[in-house]
Ligand binder design. Structure first.
Ligand code: MG
Ligand code: MG
Length: 252
């Protein structure tokens, strides 16, 4: 069942969404060659505490695996779910930051991929196209459209540029839980799938690869990397569907 949120519930969802958006905005100012992903995680954890919120990711369990940090930090060929560590990012890397918080019973979730110092043209293009594919998907989030319209729009943008979209991970409904129905694939067919209605709140999160869409998970049980070792980018927003169209709750 897809839970429809009332206007009052969407109002409450602004708070976790804005906390996530504003912390991500601060983190992006800190990303530079030499910073470790653990340092970024410590800053995020401190800010989450100061906001009176709770991390949605720390201690998140999938089977026997428990996620140990508040941020997912995924570097270069890592697509999603990378674990913060004492590894320093270096000039030319791309770094994805993904996290969520809960406050007052509601969740927000957002992700961004950032350049570390100067990156080459092909990586710059990957970042721009992935973010553009997210906005193309968001643009479809109107009552009367269908879930397949979102995925098709994302896929068209990414594939027109010669990139591939990951199938193994998808976006999701969000609200009183971090992951609610429906699943929101980054691929699909226009006019297919569930009807979109005002009151749906979805986290749309394209993961776009330079090479193959195939994914491999490392022995840490979390870090998903591209099977061919080429790079990947990931952008995500939490968005409410209203009668007037999409409202991006995590935008600051
Ligand atoms: Mg996320
Ligand atoms: Mg998400």
């Amino acid at each position: 069942m897809i839970e429809l949120k009332t206007a009052a519930e969407i109002e409450k969802m602004r708070r976790p969404a804005q906390i996530v958006g504003s912390i991500l905005a601060e983190l992006r100012t800190l990303v530079r060659p030499g910073i470790t992903t653990a340092e970024l995680d410590r800053v995020a954890e401190k800010r989450i505490g100061e906001a009176g919120a709770r991390s949605a990711f720390k201690n998140y369990k999938v089977g026997p695996n428990v996620f140990p940090a508040v941020l997912c930090t995924s570097i270069n060929e890592e697509i999603v779910h990378g674990i913060p560590s004492e590894r320093e990012v270096v000039e030319g890397d791309i770094l994805s930051l993904d996290f969520g918080v809960e406050i007052d019973g509601f969740y927000g979730d957002s992700a961004v991929t950032l350049a570390v110092g100067e990156i080459d043209e092909e990586n710059q293009r990957l970042l721009e196209v992935t973010e553009r594919s997210l906005y193309a998907g968001i643009e479809q989030m109107r009552p009367g459209n269908r879930l397949g319209d979102i995925g098709a729009a994302v896929q068209e943008v990414a594939e027109a540029e010669g990139f591939s979209v990951v199938r193994d991970f998808v976006g999701h409904g969000i609200g009183r839980a971090l992951h609610e129905e429906p699943q929101v694939p980054n691929y699909g067919s226009r006019g297919k799938g569930r009807g979109l209605r005002a009151g749906m709140v979805l986290a749309v999160e394209p993961m776009v690869n330079q090479g193959t869409a195939a994914v491999r998970v490392l022995d840490d049980g979390w870090t998903a990397v591209t099977a061919d070792g080429r790079r990947a980018a990931h952008f995500e927003h939490t968005i409410a569907i209203t009668d007037d169209g999409p409202e991006i709750l995590t935008k600051v």
